[in-house]
Design a protein around this ligand. Sequence first.
Ligand SMILES: O=C(O)C(=O)C[C@H](O)C(=O)CO
Ligand SMILES: [Zn+2]
Length: 278
Amino acid sequence: MFSETRYSTSPKDIPHFTNERLREEFLIESLFIPDQLQMVYSHIDRMIVGGYLAVEKTGDISDGSAVGTPGFFDAREMGIVNLGGTGTVVVDENTYIVEHRDVVYVGRETKSVRMSSKDPSNPAAFYMNSVPAGYPVPSALIRQADSKPVTMGDEEHANKRTLRMYIHPEVSPSCLLLMGITEPAPGSIWNTEPPHVHERRMEAYVYFNMAPEDRVMHFMGEPSQIRNIVVADRQAVLSPAWSIHMGAGTGPYCFVWGMTGENKAYNDVQPVAVKDLL
Ligand SMILES: O=C(O)C(=O)C[C@H](O)C(=O)CO
Ligand SMILES: [Zn+2]
């Protein structure tokens, strides 16, 4: 089921990494291959990052042998974000019509998830984050209109953006998964400023709605050892608890952020002033 398994990395290793090694550890390049479920198992808080580009076939997630339980969701929850055209997600007996930027929450003890597209010429692109969950929460469709928007930053710093919370205690509950989508305002290029670390949670990003020729310069690492990863459309990045994360795009972009760890306290973060980055 997993195209790759990634193990955890110590921040002490980062100064010794080549660019290739940095990309190998933290960048996930190919999540959207027509009709092939792509799943990367990360040992960073055991988050699974997945993608399914539904063209002709229906993608199915039910078998748990790869995670060591009879069913995939016997001890896991998942968030599914549609980055593409209209699709359908069937979670056991519930059928959800999922538009671009809608999110489906799948709770622990779900038996099966089936994903398909309405129109193969404009396929749905389902992006997934799945993490261990201690108790079941009912599955739900969270439409963009139901998400909670928060506007941050300003034009002077080119970091004005709208962050939308979807899987979040104030919007739609989960066990330990948090997910949302951030979009910079036209002309703003920076996300997540000031940067921060969150010692008690890891994070994964997928960048999307980018022109093929554009790139996001994603910055990561301990505040005193900043590195960058060049990221293209629909590529994902893993962000360990010890790493800052911020990025600047050469053109318009959006990104999905997903987090898990000890808590769901979105504000349990330690900001780092840009002037302190080295
Ligand atoms: O632009 C932002 O700021 C974000 O989107 C922040 C992420 O949600 C994040 O890093 C949450 O910890
Ligand atoms: Zn963060």
